[in-house]
Design a protein around this ligand. Structure first.
Ligand code: MCA
Ligand code: AMP
Length: 468
């Protein structure tokens, strides 16, 4: 999957860095300790140890499950019981939650050394299992084979003219596809460099792009924060203008933010469209027309089609339908969920639930989503059902419905419509409850108390009738 031979810096986090050869050596030594393990978890803090742990698992051919270090107790219990890791890899000194007490811990150290070859586990061998939310129920483990990782990284490298000379800058979390697969494994596969900022701030972006950074990845919330500031900050505009390529993904980049950044930097952000199950599907190419509001053309090797409600393929320019994809970039299954896996495909095509349209030059635009109970907030995919289940466990909540509302910063914000069981609980209390059980990014940003929820004759909550 990677050469990991050169003396070029592979990973830089703050003042710590590893060359490709050093990474191969310490990850190789760690990989020997994974021998005989069927699956390992990685406590995915934004640190160099997380990258070493994931590379070790890939070298050893042992599937890795990246864990959000802010994961709450209910969500962690689900992931641990569903994926059954026999080890958890963590940076030395990190305090792990009680929910991992039953899993043996292995500290990730950078001082081991190994350069012996490893057996090739094969293209279809599972490499990573990444948990993603659905409309109802607990998150599903998306099993990603090595072939999907390699093909998506090669496809975007071609589209973006990404080479070993590039230094990628980002501040994305390392437990999702965007930050981990594109953002860590991407630079490693190209033989280039990742400079991780630890935490997003425009000041950190300026410093990195004024240094040797050549590319940046971010979610629209990050670009929105840049757009808000860039007009009044020539230093930010100049730093961004110096970059070879700025890429946005995980949610739609608003046209207004795209234009504000273009006006202040002379640099048009390139949008790409992906999904945990499919990795990357389409992108505006480096040398393509960077039209705001579009996610570009299918990546090399990826087939994309639009389908109407009856399942018929739509070929007319401008027709609107569900986006379905096929190609080597796809996952193999949802872990332990053959039912959900079967439902996700139609004649071998993966049903994304995203609704899109195609321009006459083959560019796709995403215009909506079939599943109303999915919320994208800050680039995170969140199921309304899991938040509702968590809130119903709060003693002060009698009934609840969760919706997503447009939000300039987050894209969508989570709103909880609560019928209190007695006295109204404080919104902060409800937010803390969700953060403790699930994760902080799933917490409601707004709580609206109502006397009752609008229901249809079947008793189902009519979420569209909930409005301001
Ligand atoms: C807040 N915090 C709390 C609570 N409230 N902790 C415990 N209990 C609470 N009640 C903590 C948070 O954990 C966080 O800590 C800090 O306070 C601020 O939280 P929040 O307001 O949620 O963060 P933010 O500043 O709004 O974050 C914006 C962000 C973030 C940085 C843009 O949303 C982000 O990193 N998004 C990236 C998501 C992503 O990578 N998605 C890709 C999915 P602390 O400050 O310490 O963190 S993959 C995908 O979608 C596909 C494949 C694709 O196409 O890419
Ligand atoms: P996730 O499950 O977190 O991998 O999120 C995948 C979803 O993010 C897709 O199904 C889309 O709805 C959304 N998404 C990703 N990239 C884009 C984009 N560039 N524009 C609009 N939506 C996007």
């Amino acid at each position: 999957m990677f050469a990991l031979q050169s003396d070029r810096v592979a990973l830089r986090f703050g003042d710590r860095s590893l060359t490709h050869a050093e990474l191969r050596s310490c990850a190789g030594a760690l990989a020997r300790q994974l021998d005989g393990h069927a699956r390992v978890a990685v406590w995915a803090t934004p640190t160099i140890e997380t990258c070493v742990a994931v590379v070790a698992a890939l070298l050893a051919g042992v599937p890795a499950v990246p864990l959000n270090p802010k994961v709450g107790e209910r969500e962690l219990a689900h992931i641990v019981s569903d994926s059954a890791p026999s080890l958890v890899l963590a940076a030395p000194g990190t305090v792990l939650p009680a929910g991992l007490a039953s899993v043996r811990r292995l500290d990730v150290t950078l001082d081991g050394s190994d350069s012996e070859p490893f057996a090739d586990p094969g293209d279809e061998a599972p490499a990573l299992i990444v948990y993603t939310s659905g409309t109802t129920g607990a998150p599903k483990g998306v099993v990603l084979p090595r072939r999907a990782l390699e093909s998506t990284l090669d496809a975007v490298a071609q589209a973006w003219q990404w080479t070993s000379a590039d230094v990628l800058v980002h501040a994305l979390p390392l437990f999702h596809v965007h930050g981990l697969i594109l953002g860590v494994l991407g630079p490693l596969r190209q033989g280039g460099t990742l400079h991780h900022l630890g935490k997003f701030s425009t000041a950190a972006v300026v410093e990195a792009l004024n240094g040797d950074g050549t590319m940046m990845f971010g979610v629209p919330t990050m670009y929105h924060r840049i757009a808000e500031e860039v007009g009044g900050s020539p230093g930010l505009g100049q730093a961004l203008g110096r970059a070879r390529l700025l890429v946005s993904g995980s949610a739609a980049l608003p046209v207004r933010d795209h234009e504000r950044i273009a006006a202040a930097t002379g640099q048009r952000v390139v949008e790409r469209y992906g999904m945990t199950e499919t990795l990357m599907n389409t992108s505006v190419r480096f040398d393509g027309d960077r039209r705001p509001g579009t996610v570009g053309v299918p990546l090399p090797g990826v087939e994309v089609r639009l389908v109407d409600d009856a399942g018929g393929a739509l070929s007319d320019v401008g027709a609107i339908g569900e986006i379905q994809v096929r190609g080597p970039n796809l996952f193999t299954e949802y872990l332990n969920r053959p039912d959900a896996t079967a439902e996700a495909f139609a004649d071998g095509w993966f049903r994304t639930s995203d609704v899109g349209t195609r321009d006459d030059d083959g560019y796709y635009r995403i215009v909506g989503r079939k599943a109303t109970d999915i919320i994208k907030s800050g680039g995170y995919k969140i199921g309304a059902g899991e938040i509702e289940n968590a809130l119903l466990e709060h003693p002060a909540v009698k009934e609840v419905a969760v919706t997503g509302e447009p939000d300039d910063d987050l894209g969508e914000r989570i709103v909880a419509w609560v019928v209190p069981a007695g006295a109204e609980p404080s919104p902060d209390d409800l937010a803390d409850h969700v953060a403790r059980l699930l994760t902080p990014h799933k917490r409601p940003r707004l709580v609206r108390f109502v006397e009752s929820l609008p229901r249809n004759d079947m008793g189902k909550v009519m979420k569209r009738a909930l409005g301001t």
